[in-house]
Design a protein. Structure first.
Length: 322
């Protein structure tokens, strides 16, 4: 599944657009990620800037042969890092004082500044792979920031979904799917948005034809089971009639089980659990302990940390082990 053919587009009467840009660094200043500096501007170009992101300072001189070897490789790696670090070049012939203060006696020398202070460095015309490792050590592995940002967006989307803000949640899930088409949390969340909007068929389409490993994800499986429970509940009759039957005969466990399934898909989880627990208290043999098995299926869909799961599991444990 790709973000461009996201089946959610157009839902709720609005065209959904994913505008979040993951892993994006601030736009480079004039001259890109590489600038020259002077003694007078060192504080602004290096010290202040390093409080925002790591800054590499390349101390060089026009007469230095190894500097000429290092420069194109260093600039290439910095540009490929796409803003994870900045490179500031300082000609020590024109501006010798900073290098002297740092005790630099041989060039080329590259010093990394982080949070206003020198953090690491190397000397000599090192190979490209070593420069890449150096940047990873200073700025973190490539993709780490993007992964953290995606996780934060998924958390926000889940909160929006729980609050009923379906359009906003769907926009965030769509943005994640655009950046990472096989992100299981985003796919499951998108399907949850569709279910909440009564777009059950679209939700099922979203979960169809996924790669085998992705389809086995626990979150996606939970949404699939939720759809199955909804489809089953549609066939179980009128909940008002079932409640009337239970008033007439409180031991009609079949009616109580059906009512529990309907209450579950209506979002009345605590009530659904109480009906199943009541069946268990009265008749564990009913449907070969079917009430307990149904409650465990609810737990799989609700999730381990859901308040209804926590409450019902505590009551179930007390019943089984007291």
């Amino acid at each position: 599944m790709s973000g461009s053919d996201n089946p959610y587009n157009g839902s709720f009467g609005n065209q959904m657009t994913a505008t979040t840009s993951f892993g994006a660094q601030p736009a480079p200043a004039a001259g890109g990620y590489i600038t020259d500096t002077t003694t007078a501007n060192f504080g602004k170009d290096v010290i202040e800037e390093s409080r925002k992101q790591p800054v590499l300072v390349d101390f060089w001189a026009p007469w230095c042969g190894p500097c000429k070897q290092l420069t194109p490789v260093l600039e290439k790696v910095v540009n490929e890092a796409k803003g994870r670090v900045r490179l500031v070049k300082m000609n020590i012939d024109d501006h010798p004082s900073i290098a002297g203060q740092l005790g630099i006696q041989s060039i080329p020398a590259v010093i990394a500044f982080v949070n206003g202070r020198p953090a690491d460095g190397f000397m000599g015309a090192v190979p490209e792979s070593q420069i890449q490792q150096f940047i990873d050590r200073i700025a973190g592995p490539a993709g780490a920031d993007e992964a953290a940002e995606i996780e934060a967006v998924l958390t926000e989307a889940a909160e929006l979904l729980a609050a009923g803000n379906l359009n906003e949640a769907a926009q965030l899930y769509a943005a994640v799917m655009q950046a990472d088409p096989e992100n299981a949390k985003a796919i499951a969340g998108m399907a949850e948005c569709m279910i909440a909007a009564n777009q059950h068929e679209r939700a099922r389409q979203t979960l169809t034809d996924l790669p085998e490993e992705l389809s086995k994800d626990a979150g996606i499986q939970a949404v699939v089971k939720k759809l199955e429970q909804i489809e089953e509940a549609r066939k179980l009759g009128d909940p008002v009639a079932l409640e009337r039957d239970l008033v007439a005969n409180p031991d009609d466990h079949e009616a109580r089980l059906k009512l529990a399934k309907i209450l579950n898909v209506e979002g009345r989880r605590d009530e659904a659990a109480e009906h199943l627990l009541l069946i268990m208290r009265k008749d564990r043999a009913f449907d070969d302990d079917g009430a307990r098995r149904q409650l465990l299926q609810f737990f799989e869909v609700w999730g381990f940390k859901d308040p209804a799961t926590v409450s019902a599991r505590r009551k179930l444990s007390a019943m089984l082990f007291s």
